[in-house]
Design a protein around this ligand. Structure first.
Ligand SMILES: [Zn+2]
Length: 343
């Protein structure tokens, strides 16, 4: 994607093809709002982070171009009966503390709503935001060795480049596990490293009290992002249904509000396919969002459980990335020129 983002033809073609690929709305996917001093040293995690001033410039751009910033709750009716300007809906995944401390004040300044999709295991302090745990391992040590499945695994790093490679390789090993094995592997790594698996999760993600504060603002819609942040495609039918239903009922019980929206963990084709989409429908969600990259069209009214989003990767200039994605040419090209992207 980077070559196309850098190219000047992208902007020209984006403008020309906007009527065809721009759609009637879009859902923007964000994770963290992080001031300079808190930014991750690893590009893999920096992808999840944008600066407060970048969020402000995105919201200024949205106002300048007179988009309708809407709540997730309104998406169904806006797709069924398109009207007015192009709509945009902002979503924050995982439920980081900075959604409350950094994002909320900025959205309040602009008077715009947003949604936060939370992982109940993070709120309960039983599941690990392991990508930040792994960052800790790489920052505090310079080697890691453990036995897994009877095989020895070992990495050593001294330079930033070696850290990036080690992160990718260890993360790939973690993501390749099924649900139960993943948690055993994480515990094995935590013991080998002598680092608390949940320390960064406690530091970076919302507590139930923090979520209650967020949910108390009219700007905020709370959705579910599962219990354990597993790739749902790796789960049995029973575990899949449990991740969808129990996260929903737990958030509803804690907040005393209906939870109608779901965001698939990871959200790509390999983790959210037809079985997962059907399960989200069966679990009584009104909408569910993926991380397939595309704008929304009227036909998405019949695909409410497979809504694509425009993901802001913090390694690129956020506003410039959003304007290119929103114009539709870059996503359309990556989707084989398909307009209505679903599964
Ligand atoms: Zn997530």
């Amino acid at each position: 994607m980077s070559r196309w983002l850098a190219s000047r033809t992208t902007s020209t073609l984006g403008t020309l093809l906007r009527p065809w690929f721009g759609g009637i709305g879009c859902i923007v996917s964000l994770h963290r709002i992080v001031p300079d001093e808190g930014r991750s040293p690893l590009p893999q995690n920096r992808a999840l982070e944008i600066r407060p001033k970048a969020l402000r410039s995105i919201l200024e751009w949205v106002s300048r171009h007179r988009f309708d910033v809407i709540r997730l709750d309104e998406i169904r009716s806006r797709l069924a009966e398109p009207r007015g300007a192009k709509f945009v809906c902002f979503t924050f995944d995982d439920g980081y503390r900075d959604t409350l401390t950094e994002a909320l004040p900025i959205f309040r300044d602009f008077g715009h709503p947003f949604a936060v999709n939370v992982v109940t295991g993070f709120l309960d302090r039983t599941a690990s935001a392991w990508w930040y745990f792994l960052e800790d391992v790489l920052a505090r040590l310079n080697k890691l060795a453990f036995l897994w499945g009877g095989e020895p695994f070992a990495w050593a790093w001294t330079t930033p480049e070696q850290r990036v490679i080690a992160f990718s390789q260890i993360a790939a090993l973690i993501r390749a596990q099924d649900a139960l094995s993943r948690d055993v592997l994480l515990q094995t790594i935590a013991e080998a490293a002598g680092i608390d698996l949940l320390a960064r999760t406690r530091e970076l993600t919302l507590s139930w009290e923090g979520l209650r504060q967020l949910a108390g603002h009219w700007h905020v819609t709370v959705g579910s992002h599962s219990i354990g942040h597993h790739s749902l495609a790796q789960l049995s039918d029973e575990d899949l249904a449990r991740e969808l239903r129990e996260s929903k009922t737990q958030i509803e019980a804690r907040l005393g509000k209906r939870v109608q929206h779901f965001a698939y963990p990871f959200g790509g084709r390999e983790s959210a396919g037809p079985r997962e989409i059907e399960a989200a429908m069966q679990a009584d969600y009104t909408t569910a969002v993926t991380t397939r990259c595309a704008n929304l069209f009227k036909d998405h009214a019949w695909k409410l459980h497979a809504l694509p989003r425009l993901t802001i990767d913090g390694n690129y200039p956020p506003l410039s990335l959003l304007t290119k994605l929103e114009a539709g040419f870059v996503p359309a090209r990556s989707n084989g020129w398909k307009r209505v992207v679903t599964v």
